[in-house]
Design a protein around this ligand. Structure first.
Ligand code: KIV
Ligand code: ZN
Length: 434
């Protein structure tokens, strides 16, 4: 049976761009939009056209060039914003205007200084105007998760009546938790006309409590069929739900989430790399799916397991997200198995006694220095009087450069496996390489 589709709405170029240090010019946004198209996202939120002429131009040029996905532009619930957004979007093959207006009492009282009645009227008028320009209109009640649920449903019913076809529920301040958001989504699905019948429920979670992805998945379980997310999880403050995490959670745990997305997962890492290159903002090494360490193994026990069968320590193949290979990093936690393999790659052949000797020296050194590099390994080999290798050392494959720069003495797990492990007892590194 065909699985229901979760619409992946990418907001890297809009909310993501609102991350300090992540702003992008027109050419940079165009480059990323092409990559997002290759990645297979359904919607690209290309910018906030009223914000600046640059953003207007970026949305306009992306709308003109990228024809498969929906191209979306953000607008406050104000005529000048909506008209400006439409000005940028009207050349798109599939344009969408995304209108937002805060609905929580905190925002109404302190920020907008309007009553609930005025808020409802403004939202309805804005959607009517947007709908008169564009068929595809999305509405977001900003700070929805801190909004009174009865008022929220009133506003949502009003905007559906005015023509909104996507209702996005933003957890603007990253306050919600999975159970709360799930309950809120279920209530909305029950009480707002049209949800599931032409009106799509959407989720947009911020990561202030580190729960953006978990909240997004809870929303999906409760009926959301669009997830708004950003590459590398960038976005206001602590960021948005990370697109790569949402997509891979849906894919790897398809037993829990019987849905499909249109994302080509092999493009996740290239997209992440491109974003970091364009913005100059690096990804934290332990970031799930696309971080430098996401497929790097340091402990001897783990390295040994990886060499025997990657299923022991990996739930995702690196290749399935576009990472060239897993890496076995040589450090004080490494075992003989991985060390011996790296020496083989460098052209050395050690017998068992030599490997034990060099391993002890390696651990002493690794205890003192953080990064063991190939030149250190050569020095250690000299110390035990090992023959200098005659052949040119097997260099790490060039496509693994980004890993090798950070872990110069790392080895690729695939190469290690290919080299075999027959000279090792079944549990050697399990027992020794702790
Ligand atoms: O977080 C938020 O509330 C937003 C809206 C504009 C959708 O980004
Ligand atoms: Zn947001």
């Amino acid at each position: 049976m065909a699985r229901e589709r979760i619409v992946i709405f990418d907001t890297t170029l809009r909310d993501g761009e609102q991350s300090p240090g992540c702003s992008m010019n027109v050419a940079e946004k165009q480059r990323l939009a092409r990559q997002l198209d290759r990645l297979g996202v359904d919607v690209i939120e290309a910018g906030f056209p009223i914000a600046s002429d640059g953003d207007f131009n970026a949305v306009q040029s992306i709308a003109a060039e990228i024809r498969r996905p929906i191209i979306c532009g953000l607008a406050r619930a104000m005529p000048q914003d909506i008209e400006r957004a439409w000005g940028a979007l009207k050349g798109a093959a599939r344009p969408r205007i995304h209108v937002f207006l805060a609905t929580s009492d905190i925002h109404l009282q302190y920020k907008l200084k309007i009553t609930r009645e005025k808020c409802l009227e403004q939202a309805r008028d804005a959607i009517r105007l947007a709908k008169s320009l564009c068929q595809d209109v999305e509405f977001s009640p900003e700070d929805a998760t801190r909004t009174d649920i009865n008022f929220l449903c009133d506003v949502l019913n009003a905007v559906v009546e005015a023509g909104a076809t996507t209702l996005n529920i933003p957890d603007t301040v990253g306050y919600t938790v999975p159970a709360d958001l799930g309950a809120m989504m279920r209530t909305i699905a029950q009480r707002v006309r049209g949800v599931g019948h032409g009106v799509v429920l959407s989720t947009h979670c911020h990561n202030d409590l580190g729960m953006a992805v978990a909240n997004s998945l809870a929303a999906v379980e409760a009926g959301a069929r669009q997830v708004e997310c950003a590459i590398n999880g960038i976005g206001e403050r602590a960021g948005n739900a990370a697109l790569e995490e949402v997509v891979m959670a849906l894919k790897v745990r398809s037993d829990q989430y019987p849905y499909e997305t249109g994302v080509v997962s092999e493009q996740l890492y290239p997209t992440s790399q491109m974003l970091s290159e364009v913005t100059g903002v690096a990804v934290q090494p332990n970031k799930a799916i696309i971080g430098l360490n996401a497929f790097a193994h340091a402990a001897g026990i783990h390295q040994d397991g990886m060499i025997k069968n990657p299923l022991t320590y990996e739930i995702i193949t690196p290749q399935s997200v576009g990472v060239p290979d897993s890496t076995l990093v040589l450090c004080k936690h490494s075992g003989r198995h991985a060390l011996g393999q790296r020496y083989e790659q460098l052209g050395y052949q050690f017998d068992r006694r030599q490997l034990d000797d060099i391993y002890r020296r390696f651990i002493l050194l690794a205890d003192k220095i953080k990064r063991v590099e190939d030149n250190h390994l050569r020095e250690l080999a000299k110390e035990i009087g090992a023959e200098k290798p005659g052949a040119t050392p097997a260099a790490s494959p060039s496509h693994r450069d980004s890993f090798q720069k950070s872990y110069p003495a790392a080895i690729s797990a695939e190469t290690a496996r290919a080299a075999g492990h027959e000279h090792h007892g079944e549990q050697e590194d399990y027992l020794w390489g702790v």
